[in-house]
Design a protein around this ligand. Structure first.
Ligand code: NAD
Ligand code: A1AUG
Length: 611
């Protein structure tokens, strides 16, 4: 099954093993055997001639106590999943239309899934289409605290067998699922994301198809690369040093947001690549698409119980997972208040844990576009409109504050207002819609209150948009506000809706404005500078170093791509663990250094002590 790793390869058989090496036990004798659901590939045949312990280190063959399945994986490369065009008449468009029709005509039953078994409670919930809130797309159930506890125990039990599956085999399964998601399940993932989370075709395609698939493929790739590094063994005749990556001690609680199907799938399943067991709480407003992910993994032969699907009330779930002594990590993406709630709960329970839970949290932003007087107006306008209003401003990376010099403001303002008027807001099944409804009533009310503030406030003027209509769906017009104060709350707080506020500065203040950008909000997620002046661009890159985990020059603040712009922010924007980057997999592993000595110690005295 494996192509052999370049550095560590099986012993050819004709090279001597050092005399003092203890013959290794058979793999099955030492570790037991493992099995998975039918359809899943099992590990390599172990034979005396090709034991899983024989490694080649440099020119020598050495018998290691660490099985080579912990150390080597077949080599493979990955590329970003290409986006499909969905042109009229195309195969992908036909498949998508059929899937939209199916899912729009039904309310899918999405039970709680623990250890492969379905559970239903009396706390029945529905997910509706945000753009047509009378239509229910999913029926689901909130778990009780007892069910969350059951899911914790189940994940701990299932992980015992799962972590014994060689990491290469676990990755093979993820790569197989990724291929299925990119092909036969693509329309289903996109359609459920469009209907349930109000995404247009392109917004669903970059998320539920491309980014989700990219996360799994690249995380396998980065995991494989991680294993390639082995510590120095200065003299392999006497000492062999190895590093292997175990799962975390305990379970991982994955808590996902509504706005990206890919993020939910990544939070829930990526820790399992490294052998962890997971209890996953999806967002109430993303249950339908998230349930499809679970079904695809299950149908592909992913073992029951390793990832458990547990929709629940937030605090009920939060209390149950932070109250468990076995909590190994929280894998969270969502708002700052929720992450702070979780962090505090972990702090309060610290003395009862078996270890120190890792807290990984990617949170909100108040992302900026900073325009220098040398900027290209056309590009500023187009990319600000896309960044601020695509997916209704509900990307954590969306631009919501702009700094524009007085000299360019008339052109920028005109461009923004003219383009804004041309944007079609409507149902996601009208393929010419540029944007649709915000996710739910809470979000609608929140946007409405900021618009009211902008209309009434002494520092703010609504330049375009501002109407809200919830009669059919939760529609908030793309809204452009001008403020005369960077301290106004509309310029500092995350709104998470289609509201863009511009501040106009004097051209002569351009340098001091950069400092203001740093201080206007407590976030540091994404930011973009528009400048054709290279000297200024370099200066801004330095001054704004701490302003964003993802920084763009002459490009919009949204649209990071896995492997290309690993994503995450600092300050209140989160722990900056860079999903989609090479270091993410380490978060889900507990590395173990193994030193094996072939020349054993016979004496306590050092040579210089001897007479
Ligand atoms: N930085 C990033 O990578 C990133 C990516 C996407 C979204 N976000 C942020 O996510 C937010 C939008 O998502 P949202 O509205 O789903 O966020 P949210 O904080 O309301 O909810 C996130 C998840 O936490 C759950 N939750 C709520 N209270 C809880 C509690 N006490 N204990 C446990 N779980 C609890 C929710 O039910 C949901 O599943 C925005 O702030 C956005 O910026 C950040
Ligand atoms: N990674 C996405 C944002 C994810 C948050 O919602 C982007 O870069 O636009």
């Amino acid at each position: 099954m494996y192509e052999k790793h370049a550095m560590l390869s099986p012993m050819a058989g004709d090279e001597p093993v050092p005399a003092n090496v203890v013959p290794p036990k058979h793999f099955a004798e030492q570790y037991g055997s493992y099995s998975l659901k039918s359809g899943h590939p099992v590990g390599p045949e172990i034979s005396v001639q090709d034991t899983p312990y024989n490694l080649r280190v440099g020119l020598r063959s050495i018998s290691s106590v660490v099985p080579k399945t912990d150390l080597e994986i077949r080599d493979f490369k990955v590329e970003n999943e290409p986006l499909l065009s969905y042109l009229p008449g195309s195969k992908e468009r036909q498949e998508l239309e059929a899937a939209l029709k199916t899912h729009a005509a039904q309310t899918e039953e999405c039970p709680i899934i623990i250890g492969g078994k379905e559970y239903r409670t009396d706390d029945v919930r529905y997910q509706v289409m945000p753009h047509d809130h009378q239509k229910k797309v999913a029926k689901f159930y909130h778990a009780t605290p007892e069910l969350v506890k059951k899911a914790i125990a189940t994940s701990m039990e299932a992980k015992k067998e799962w972590e014994r599956v060689p990491i290469g085999d676990r990755m093979e399964l993820f790569l197989k699922v990724s291929d299925q998601m990119a092909n036969e399940h693509r329309a289903q993932l996109n359609a459920t994301t469009m209907l349930g989370q109000a995404k247009t075709i392109i917004q669903a395609e970059i998320d539920a198809a491309a980014e989700l698939v990219d996360f799994y493929r690249f995380n396998c790739y980065f995991g494989k690369e991680l294993l390639k590094y082995q510590p120095i063994s200065e003299s392999p005749d006497t000492t062999l040093n190895l590093m292997r990556y175990r799962s975390l001690e305990g379970f991982v609680a994955s808590i996902s947001p509504f706005n990206f199907t890919a993020i939910a799938g990544n939070l829930a399943y990526t820790p399992a690549i490294m052998g962890n067991g997971v209890v996953w709480k999806p967002s109430d407003t993303a249950v339908l698409s998230n349930y499809q992910i679970l079904k695809i993994f299950r149908d592909a032969g992913f073992p029951d119980g390793v990832v458990n699907f547990v929709p629940a009330d937030g605090p009920v779930f939060g209390k149950a997972v932070t109250g468990s002594r076995d909590l190994a990590a929280i894998n969270f993406t969502g708002s700052v208040p929720t992450f702070q709630w979780l962090w505090k709960a972990v702090g309060q329970n610290l003395s009862q844990y078996t270890g120190f839970p890792k807290l990984i949290g990617e949170c909100g932003g108040k992302n900026y576009h900073f325009v220098h007087p040398s900027a290209e107006v056309e590009s500023v306008v187009s990319s600000s409109i896309r960044s601020a209003f695509e997916y209704q401003g509900q990307k954590c990376s969306a631009c919501s504050r702009m700094y524009v010099p007085e000299s360019l403001w008339p052109q920028v303002k005109e461009g923004l207002l003219e383009t804004r008027k041309s944007l079609k807001m409507g149902s996601v099944t009208d393929f010419d819609s540029f944007m649709s409804a915000v996710i739910d009533r809470n979000s609608f009310d929140r946007c409405h209150s900021y618009i009211e503030h902008a209309k009434a406030g002494p520092n703010t003027t609504v330049l375009g948009g501002g109407k809200c209509d919830d009669s059919v769906g939760f529609f908030v017009e793309p809204t452009i506000v001008q403020t005369t104060s960077t301290k106004d709350k509309i310029f500092a707080e995350e709104i998470f809706g289609p509201i863009l506020t511009a501040y106009v500065y004097k051209d002569t203040d351009v340098k001091s404005m950069l400092q203001t950008v740093m201080e206007d909000t407590p976030y540091a997620l994404t930011g973009a500078v528009y400048s054709q002046d290279e000297t200024f661009a370099k200066e801004a890159t330095e001054t704004l170093k701490g302003s964003a985990g993802n920084f763009y020059m002459n490009d919009k603040s949204t649209g990071s791509v896995v492997g290309q712009q690993p994503f995450g922010g600092a300050k209140l924007s989160g722990t900056n663990d860079k999903a989609g980057g090479p270091h993410y997999m380490l978060k889900w592993a507990s590395p173990q250094s193994v030193k094996q000595t072939f020349v054993t110690l016979k004496d306590v005295e050092y040579p210089y002590m001897k007479k």
